[in-house]
Write a protein that binds this ligand. Structure first.
Ligand code: ATP
Ligand code: SF4
Ligand code: MG
Length: 333
């Protein structure tokens, strides 16, 4: 499949100079046209920082300290998002790649009708459209996400939680972007809601043909709905694979631990049973493989050398990448 968004050697720091911490490290990751790519990892692993970095929406003191994000518009020449002017960026953000922020499901403006909020987005980005055309577009999109015409003029508080979610999805899709990034769209605990959102995105994708980067704590959701999964730990991607391969046969000990810690769909959430210890602190990142203090397989090399993400020598499969020093997982040079 052709790439739509190619993240290369991407780095983000918080703060400058000696006080700075490195939140995203050497991330190289490609989103392909039409695919759903899931990004998972414990709290603090850098998922949101990566998402806001690649769309250049990082709040200060976040600083992009290196890397590129090559966007491939269908039928046009690719360009680096990092090199766009502010005006170009504004256009890029809704019309090419839209992003739904962490917890955004509750962020609709309470004092405006949902149709008005959607119209505002269209007006800001496609001012050349006539008022009728804008209205038609808003209504069409709301209908597509399952909001019936008699609810379009409702205020957010008059809609159920599920309907507000669908409005948010509609807002993200209304300018027909090529890429939709959803960063944990509901609270992390709200797995049932996230499941509905992801299911609906997958269904709409069949019709509208966009790509999705879906960020969540919940690996079980991704196993079910995404085409591929990338796992983050301590600011780095530690494994990347097709969902089915990751589920059947994960190669990184951290992925293995995450898979063993599937939260129950009903009942209380378990601790990360598969992984003792807690995620690393950016101010004192462990040497070598950042996972080594928690890894049941750690050996000498793990605490001295950072493993690079690559196709392991023992598997001749370009769709599988892992960053680990265990025998058979070391990448081909
Ligand atoms: P969560 O699952 O909780 O949303 P995440 O994977 O999205 O976590 P980030 O929010 O990207 O993680 O945070 C990555 C790291 O960057 C964390 O260690 C966090 O403490 C740090 N960080 C985030 N924002 C800032 C900030 N404004 N200043 C300093 N450090 C920050
Ligand atoms: Fe564990 Fe070492 Fe592999 Fe890191 S490199 S995951 S510490 S075995
Ligand atoms: Mg986050």
């Amino acid at each position: 499949k052709a790439p739509i968004l190619e993240i290369k050697d991407f780095n983000v720091d918080y703060g400058l100079g000696e006080q700075s911490v490195q939140a995203v490290r050497d991330v190289t990751l490609t989103l392909h046209r039409g695919e759903v790519l899931g990004l998972a990892g414990e709290s603090g692993s850098g998922k949101s920082t990566l998402a806001y970095g690649i769309t250049r929406l990082l709040p200060p003191p976040g600083v992009i300290s290196g890397g590129s994000v090559i966007y491939h518009p269908p039928g046009e020449d690719p360009y680096d998002v990092m090199a766009l002017s502010n005006a170009e960026l504004r256009k890029f953000r809704w019309a090419e790649t839209s992003i739904v922020f962490q917890g955004a499901m509750n962020s609709l403006n309470p004092v405006h009708k949902v149709s008005t909020q959607m119209l505002d987005v269209i007006r800001a980005h496609e001012p050349q459209l006539s008022a009728e055309a804008r209205l038609a577009r808003a209504h069409e999109m709301l209908k597509l996400v399952g909001i019936s015409s008699d609810r379009m003029d409702a205020y957010p508080h008059q809609l159920s939680g599920g309907m507000r979610q669908r409005v948010m999805i509609g807002m993200a899709l209304v300018l027909e972007p090529q890429v939709v990034i959803m960063d944990e769209p509901t609270t992390a605990l709200d797995v049932v809601m996230q499941r509905q959102i992801l299911a609906q995105l997958v269904e709409l994708r069949e019709r509208l043909d966009f790509s999705v980067l879906f960020i969540t704590h919940d690996l079980s959701l991704l196993v079910e709905f995404s085409d591929r999964i990338a796992i983050m730990y301590g600011g780095r991607i530690v494994e990347e694979a097709k969902s089915a391969d990751l589920y059947k046969d994960s190669l990184h000990p951290y992925s293995e631990g995450l898979l063993k810690s599937f939260p129950a769909l009903r009942g209380p959430r378990k601790e990360l049973a598969g992984i003792p210890g807690s995620p690393p602190d950016l101010r004192g990142m462990p040497s070598g493989c950042a996972f080594h203090p928690r890894c049941p397989h750690a050996f000498d090399r793990c605490s001295t050398e950072i493993p690079v993400l690559g196709v392991p020598e023992a598997r001749n499969d370009p769709n599988r990448q892992v960053a680990c020093w265990l025998p058979g997982r070391v990448p081909v040079a």
